[in-house]
Design a protein around this ligand. Structure first.
Ligand code: TEU
Ligand code: CA
Length: 633
């Protein structure tokens, strides 16, 4: 049992303790030996608040100790050999339907638009599609606020369109997974509406309704999208919890009837033949009983107060196991969970195949350098990314399979973070693609990544569409900032960067629509678009296509072991090996020339693909090469 008198060094024995120390060290840019240092290691946990300048505050320490005592000591897993699965070798492609392709020219992407592009995706080598939500929604958060799980959003089409999309994807040999948002529903969902109408309705207990304390909310939790996490309903004299927007009401998973209803809904989609789900903020579904106050000190780190009472809640594993048994397993369906804040050890507990919870999990530590978040304007240092990748490549057991992801609909373009130098754009885009297709794990590409799409410019508040950015903007105004200052604070990080229309060609609106789209395009489609890249053999798109093809032909690039090669901080070089097949991957992580450590001019190294067309003694800015070693070509 952990107590406040346990020594700091003992935290390393507990999986969750290790995750949290790792996170703190990573965020603060300190080296792991800090806590292993005997002097610090022997200090009792109760000194952590003063040691961490209250980042680990007294109240958080209590929560932490409870969590540590809840988990088994070590992750024991006897899976010796990796099993094969379609989703381990698949190349995933995320579609944000609103911004992908507009078939009826109303300015909004739709299902028929996606159907038009299936051939393109197949040709690129995509094996599986993940659709961001397409369910009926009032669109407070673009579909992540679901009003009706069993209906298609009108703007996107009909259930017939969906059935057609599913059938056509399958005909082309592509899998289709849906977004499943079950931590919350829209406040316009019939369950919430009934709950509001009648306190005695069974639906009232589907959500977290609570009395306030003398007119103030039941606890101090804040929303990830800013402001209190509670809405007040006067006619009930009660508050209801929303961790995200004011229209995204958290579901009470403690309620068995609710869970049952959710499972039935999931099964109806599986019955239709969808291949699996990406589970939105699934790590948040279990909240600490009684919903106690959260630590204020952590707000800066995670962006909201109360997060420690939900990011790895007491019944998370229980619910995941139950859900899998009641739904996914019956249909052999695939699952990948979104787990912001979940570390390596917790990920093992969630995805170890023997434990039968989820198949995969997304971790987002790699999206920003330590101590930075997406609202900061800075140049991302890939050398730090390498350390993180090494950790996941070498410490994730054989029973787990990593996700490799750098872009999604919630973040500015990764490419824009690595370099703003146009001369380096193509090289950097290809380097990331090579990393994604040669590391061990499942690559998840986001629409537009294949053509090197970059951030847009949002200069006035009326340019913004993202509920989070708009809320933040208003919060800054309330704090007394000028409009310009407030805009400067949100313009770099707004999720709108990832949501501008897909760039298909150089005609008006990038060929996405014939009408002004729901969100502005940038002028960048004149230069960077699918049409021109399809015919340019040297394009980012064709680079990705060639590399996907290579990956499909060579098992070493999927199931082969990962071996870190002799290299220095500025380069990332590794082997992928299976039986007698051996690949060597060489990446220059910086934007200046670099000397090689390994002599690749040796005859044994056959260069297969590079983001530079000629050879050089030195590795050039962001140079990325893949070689096949030996004569077994
Ligand atoms: O994102 C949740 C999440 O925790 C973060 O990864 C995300 O960056 C968020 O925007 C907080 O700043 C998921 C969805 O991907 C996102 O689009 C939704 O808005 C959110 O859940 C609520 O459903
Ligand atoms: Ca449309």
């Amino acid at each position: 049992m952990y107590t406040k008198d346990s020594r700091i060094k003992t935290l390393f024995d507990a999986p969750l303790g290790k995750d949290i120390l790792d996170l703190i060290l990573y965020m603060s840019g300190k080296k792991p030996f800090l806590f292993k240092n005997p002097f610090i290691g022997n200090i009792p946990l109760k000194k952590l608040p003063s040691l961490t300048k209250n980042l680990i505050s007294d109240d958080f320490l209590d929560t932490l100790i409870t969590m540590l005592n809840r988990e088994p000591k070590k992750h024991v897993c006897d899976v010796r050999h990796e099993t094969k699965a379609w989703w381990k070798s698949a190349v995933f492609y995320q579609i944000y339907p609103r911004s992908f392709m507009d078939s009826n020219n109303d300015g909004i992407g739709d299902l028929q638009g996606i159907i038009q592009k299936l051939g393109y995706l197949k040709d690129l080598g995509v094996d599986a599609l993940w659709l961001s939500p397409v369910y009926d929604s009032p669109n407070d958060d673009n579909g992540y606020d679901i009003r009706d799980y069993e209906k298609i959003m009108e703007e996107f089409g009909t259930m017939d369109d969906f059935d057609e999309l599913l059938e056509k994807s399958h005909k082309l040999g592509m899998k289709l997974i849906m977004d499943l948002v079950i931590n919350h529903t829209s406040d316009e969902h019939i369950w919430f509406q009934k709950a509001l109408k009648d306190k005695n309705s069974k639906y009232h207990n589907y959500y977290f309704f609570k009395k306030g304390k003398d007119g103030t909310p039941p606890n101090n939790w804040t929303s990830v999208f800013k402001g209190s996490a509670w809405n007040y309903y006067e006619h009930l004299d009660e508050f209801a919890l929303h961790v995200f927007s004011k229209k995204q009401m958290d579901l009470n998973w403690e309620n068995e009837q609710l869970r049952h209803d959710l499972y039935c809904m999931i099964n109806r989609w599986l019955e239709k033949g969808v291949d699996g789900f990406r589970l939105d903020v699934i790590n948040l579904i279990s909240k600490t009983k009684g919903l106690p106050d959260g630590s204020k000190a952590l707000e800066g780190l995670v962006g909201a107060i109360g997060y420690e009472h939900m990011f790895y809640g007491p019944k998370l594993h229980e619910y995941l196991k139950e859900m899998r048994k009641e739904t996914f397993d019956k249909y052999n369906a695939f699952t990948v969970g979104e787990g912001a804040g979940i570390g390596l050890e917790a990920s093992k507990f969630i995805t170890c195949e023997k434990r039968k919870e989820l198949d995969q999990i997304f971790n987002f530590d790699q999206l920003n350098n330590p101590g930075k978040n997406r609202y900061d304007s800075y140049k991302y240092d890939l050398r730090i990314l390498k350390q993180l990748m090494l950790k996941w490549q070498t410490q994730f057991n054989t029973c787990c399979w990593p996700t490799i992801v750098f872009e999604n609909h919630d973040n500015p373009r990764f490419l824009s973070r690595i370099t703003k130098n146009e001369a380096h754009r193509n090289y950097a885009a290809k380097l990331i693609i090579m990393l994604m297709l040669t590391l061990k794990g499942t690559p998840y590409f986001y629409q537009g990544q294949e053509i090197g799409m970059i951030d847009s410019i949002f200069s006035k508040p009326s340019d913004l569409r993202d509920v989070e950015a708009i809320n933040m903007y208003n919060m800054y105004l309330e704090q007394g900032m000028s409009q310009q200052e407030a805009m400067d604070k949100v313009s770099f990080g707004t999720r709108d960067h990832a949501r501008i229309p897909m760039q298909w060609e150089d005609s008006a609106y990038g060929g996405f629509s014939k009408k002004q789209p729901w969100i502005d395009c940038s002028r960048d489609y004149m230069e960077y678009n699918v049409k021109s890249q399809l015919t340019d053999s040297n394009s980012i798109l064709n680079f990705m296509k060639n590399l996907i093809a290579l990956r499909k032909e060579n098992e070493a690039l999927v199931y082969g072991s990962f071996i870190n090669a002799a290299n220095d901080d500025d380069t990332f070089c590794y082997y992928r090996k299976i039986e007698n097949q051996l690949f060597y991957i060489e990446l220059n992580l910086i934007d200046t020339n670099k000397k090689r450590r390994i002599d690749v001019n040796n005859k044994k190294y056959n260069k297969i693909l590079s983001n530079y067309t000629d050879n050089d003694e030195l590795l050039r800015p962001f140079e990325a090469n893949i070689y096949m070693i030996g004569d077994n070509k």
